[in-house]
Design a protein around this ligand. Structure first.
Ligand code: SF4
Ligand code: SF4
Ligand code: SF4
Length: 962
């Protein structure tokens, strides 16, 4: 097996397999029959469904066939002669069996492919059908070809109806509007093919508020405790949390074939009040349907808070409108923003599918199952939520005059004055964020055909997801800027204001005299519309004499803070303030604009504060190759880009390649950069010889050529000199001026990438000796896909694929990198030592060779018992307990008198290792489920941690020069 075959035999060996392929369809058929007998199905290699005398048939594969069947039922009931052949064995393709299934009456065949093979003469299934029918009795039947459903796009009965009606376009697309190549089929008729016994419900939730989990439980309860057929679809955006989720639940007495999302529902629930101005939700309801809105508004408030189009629809369509204050109940019970169970309970009462008391018992069983691992307290809180939610709703007496309400449109705020962002936001982002992306025509994407989009679009989202926001108390602030450093979403920012700026500020803007900078005023501003309410800022705030200067308070009462933020955001950075406090300090760095803002990361995420800080330090000259994972999802999920630009339009150039090649991708960026700059260097040197007016600037630029910190200013001077030069060569160099400055090349990714899948590339880049910086945000598991074990998962930790606790220790990535001797290596944990984090990142970037910074990043998948608002505290605890060590290895200092190349920044552990483990569910759940095994693995983990500390102290001695 696996021998390397040469041209003399490879071909024959391949042909020798033919008989096996030929025999396969019969074998598959035999096993399909066995399965059919067991479970009562009738699967064949090809199945036919529809009119026996069909004149137009579709040939297709996969889930769309169910929608086609539902459409056929509807159309044949109206006398139409249509059918479908469903392909169940695609390869080896068995043409004889296909031909047996085609009705003799057929006059047109349409093949649907859920793929696009650019440049091919036809899609794969279509080509197979053409080849199968050639030379058969159907050879003269016209064969049409259509693409549908790319990227999991919905395909509806109305679209299938359009396919059956199509007798003109031989090659087409369906489900989109193609106004560029005009391939799409028009949808002239809207059909409703779902049976009348069907009940459809749609729930609009906030990512991570538990709505999806609750609906999964609801549909299981209905399926298990009634005779009804049930179906559930869950539709998400890419936000890690705090994004939109829609749950589509169907149940009824007949088999459900509707493999598409619900368009017209009997029940719609909105779990987040801010959605009423963002989405058309209530318009999804059938006449006399039920709308349940979670909000804190009174009936009188509703008149003001609901947009005109919502009020009109409710009144005109006789909607039964209920409100419920889930947040109040959630807070009283201790569940905070996780209001899912409250709303689920209200749904069961209103929907009346199962007797309420029975439904409550079933919900409690499900809650026990879902939350058992999180502890008895959480289970009890969910029981309380079920009891409270079942009758806490209130029926709104809909005012008759609502029928006269005027359309107000959906929310859209103009924030940026960059025309390219404005255009993108207006034409692409706003429709997508309003759930209207499916309606965008192909022409909308013509300006973005290469996949690039303008940075900074996340600032337009203003998701307003926070329940509580921080409120600044000027009297207790010591102006340390820690709050801004740790904020995962760049929402809270310190501002240095001149007297002149203050004079233009909104009235009563709270400010203090800036400590150490006479003449300046200091303020902390918060974008409440972008805040996630994670509380991380308030957690780290030291305040004055133990009294915090940030306190979390109801967002609804502090919306007025937004104007202060919006006023301060565009004010210029104060270079003298940054110089005074130094950008390599916590305080100084935070006066620089974060070039990563308002990302889709979870509230309290441990990853983003690191990435944001890197952009504050080097973002204006930074290239990022991002590995796939959480950082690529919060880093750029269409249509929102959190990487942004400064007032000069400079910001990180970001791109994501594959999981397995991110390091090589970044390496390629660096090599391309070197080649470009190398040529420009020759050109600048040659020009300096010819044109003395540029000589001085050229010399400065060449002298600082490899030093990022100073080459930026030198580049500005060079560009100025080139602009004044009248030489053609100067114009040619200016045409490529964006490439002149020394770039800071970074590769970002998580541990799943760096320790596991992309490790070969990481190692290759580190070994290359190139000036590349790698930031590994180590969450000790695959965070993006729900917490699978990686080689960074420590011994004793549970994770997916390590449900009984990982039984081998974490890989020593830092040690492996240090073994090269010429790689800068650091381990950091921000909450344990803010300044060490800054030092390590700054040193890594300044080092003219490969650098690896491994950052400890708490994640929602850890199940931190004190909550994600305390992620920074958890980082500190990890170091205190000897669970994580901070250190720096700088090859530059090797052999340098008075310097130590290895610096162990963590002190000897003072905290309890076991207490640290007990504080996180990834460990505590094992202790509960299997105490004996937990004890064995935890003691090994503790032993390894001690050994690690001893090893690191030996390195201090080894690399010391004293
Ligand atoms: Fe930032 Fe969280 Fe504080 Fe909001 S609550 S400002 S998102 S740290
Ligand atoms: Fe002021 Fe607290 Fe922020 Fe420090 S962390 S700047 S004390 S608000
Ligand atoms: Fe959320 Fe964890 Fe990913 Fe951060 S790393 S975005 S906390 S899943």
């Amino acid at each position: 097996m696996g021998s390397a075959q040469n041209p003399d035999i490879f071909f024959q060996a391949r042909e020798a397999c033919n008989k096996n392929y030929d025999a396969l369809p019969a074998i598959v058929e035999e096993y399909m029959d066995k399965v059919n007998k067991k479970i009562g199905t009738n699967y064949g290699l090809f199945n036919y469904y529809g009119a026996p005398d069909a004149e137009h048939i579709i040939i297709a594969m996969g889930s769309v066939c169910q929608t086609i069947e539902e459409t056929i039922d509807f159309l044949t009931s109206k006398g139409q002669k249509v059918g479908v052949i469903e392909v169940h064995l695609y390869r080896p393709f068995c043409a004889d069996r296909l031909l047996e299934k085609i009705p003799a009456t057929v006059k047109q065949i349409t093949v649907l492919d859920r793929t696009k093979e650019p440049g091919s003469i036809g899609e794969p299934l279509y080509l197979d059908i053409v080849a199968s029918l050639y030379d058969s009795k159907f050879k003269n039947i016209p064969i049409f070809s259509g693409r549908y459903g790319l990227g999991s796009k919905n395909t509806t009965p109305s679209e299938i109806n359009a396919v059956y009606k199509n007798a003109e376009k031989k090659r087409f697309t369906v489900g989109i509007v193609d106004d560029v190549t005009n391939l799409s089929l028009p949808i002239n008729e809207s059909i409703h093919s779902e049976p009348t016994d069907r009940v459809s419900c749609k729930f609009w939730g906030l990512g991570a508020d538990g709505t999806v989990g609750a609906n999964k439980n609801s549909i299981k309860i209905i399926g298990n405790h009634t005779d009804k057929y049930v179906q559930a679809y869950f539709d998400y955006d890419s936000k890690k949390s705090g994004g939109l989720t829609t749950s589509h639940l169907r149940f009824g007495d007949s088999l459900i074939k509707s493999t598409y999302l619900i368009k017209k529902a009997d029940f719609v629930a909105c779990h987040n009040p801010s959605y009423v101005r963002k989405y058309n939700m209530v318009q999804d309801l059938k006449d006399n349907g039920t709308f349940l809105l979670n909000c804190q508004w009174s009936d009188a408030d509703l008149d003001k808070e609901l947009p005109g189009q919502v009020k009109k629809y409710i009144a005109d369509h006789h909607i039964n409108f209920y409100t419920i204050d889930g947040i109040k109940i959630g807070k009283a019970i201790g569940l905070g923003g996780r209001i899912n169970t409250v709303l689920q309970s209200a749904f069961f009462t209103l929907a009346n599918i199962i007797p309420v008391e029975d439904a409550k018992n079933y919900m409690k069983e499900a809650a026990e199952h879902s939350y058992r691992k999180k502890g008895d307290k959480i289970v009890q809180m969910n029981f309380d939520a079920i009891d409270a939610g079942s009758n806490a709703f209130h029926k709104v007496d809909v005012p008759a005059e609502w029928t006269n309400s005027k359309e107000e449109g959906l929310d859209y705020e103009k924030i940026s004055d960059r025309p390219e962002v404005e255009k993108f936001v207006k034409n692409i982002q706003t429709p997508i964020n309003s759930q209207e992306g499916n309606n965008l025509p192909v022409s909308a994407f013509m300006d973005y055909v290469d996949g690039s989009t303008p940075s900074g679009s996340s600032a337009h989202e203003r998701r307003k997801v926070a329940v509580d926001v921080p409120v600044w108390d000027v009297e207790n602030c010591i102006q340390c800027n820690r709050c801004a450093l740790v904020c995962p979403h760049a929402v809270i920012r310190p501002v240095a204001l001149t007297e002149a700026e203050l004079a233009k500020a909104p009235k009563n803007m709270p400010v203090a005299d800036m400590i150490g900078m006479p003449g300046y005023k200091f303020a902390i501003t918060v974008s409440v519309a972008d805040c996630t309410g994670c509380g991380s800022c308030a957690n780290v705030c030291p305040g004055k004499k133990g009294v915090k200067a940030l306190n979390m308070s109801a967002a609804a009462e502090h919306q007025d803070q937004q104007v202060l933020f919006d006023f301060a955001k565009p004010l210029p950075e104060k270079q003298d303030v940054i110089l005074k406090f130094k950008e390599t300090t916590v305080k100084g760095s935070q006066f620089k604009k974060p070039l990563l803002e308002f990302s889709g990361a979870c509230g309290g995420c441990g990853e983003t504060p690191y990435a944001k800080l890197v952009t504050q330090l080097f973002g204006d000259r930074m290239y990022i190759a991002n590995a796939t994972g959480c950082s690529s999802i919060w880093g750029n999920s269409s249509p929102s880009t959190p990487f942004t630009v400064n007032s000069k339009g400079q910001g990180p150039a970001w791109s994501n390649s594959l999981f397995e090649d991110a390091a090589e991708f970044g390496y390629g960026m660096e090599l391309a950069q070197k080649a470009l700059r190398g040529r420009l260097k020759d050109e600048v040197a040659a020009l300096a010889e010819k044109d003395k007016t540029v000589a001085e600037a050229a010399k400065e630029w060449i002298d600082t050529y490899t030093v990022g910190a100073t080459n930026g200013t030198a580049t500005e001077r060079l560009v100025e000199a080139l602009t004044k030069s009248n030489k053609e060569e100067a114009k040619a160099i200016l045409a490529e001026k964006d490439f002149l400055a020394k770039k800071s090349q970074w590769i970002f990714g998580g541990d799943g990438w760096a320790y596991d899948i992309g490790f070969g590339g990481v190692d290759h880049v580190l070994a290359s000796g190139q000036d590349i910086n790698i930031l590994v945000m180590d969450t000790e598991l695959y965070s993006n896909t729900g917490g699978q074990s990686s080689k960074a998962t420590p011994i004793g930790s549970t994770a997916k694929f390590a449900a009984t606790g990982k039984d081998v220790k974490k890989k020593d990535l830092a040690g492996m990198a240090m073994s090269y001797g010429y790689v800068y290596v650091a381990q950091i944990s921000m909450g344990a030592d803010f300044q060490q984090t800054l030092k390590a990142i700054s040193e890594a970037e300044a080092y003219e060779g490969p650098s690896l910074v491994i950052a400890y990043a708490p994640c929602i998948n850890h199940g931190i018992k004190i909550g994600m608002s305390k992620a920074q505290t958890e980082e500190a605890k990890a170091v205190e307990a000897g669970y994580w060590y901070n250190f720096r290895y700088n090859p530059e200092f090797k052999g340098v008198e008075g310097k130590n190349a290895f610096m162990l920044d963590s002190k000897a552990p003072t905290g309890s290792f076991r207490d640290f483990l007990a504080g996180e569910n990834r460990y505590a759940s094992l202790a509960k489920a299997n105490p004996e095994r937990a004890e064995k693995l935890f003691s090994e983990a503790e032993e390894f941690a001690k050994e690690k500390y001893e090893y690191l102290t030996r390195l201090v001695t080894l690399y010391g020069n004293d």
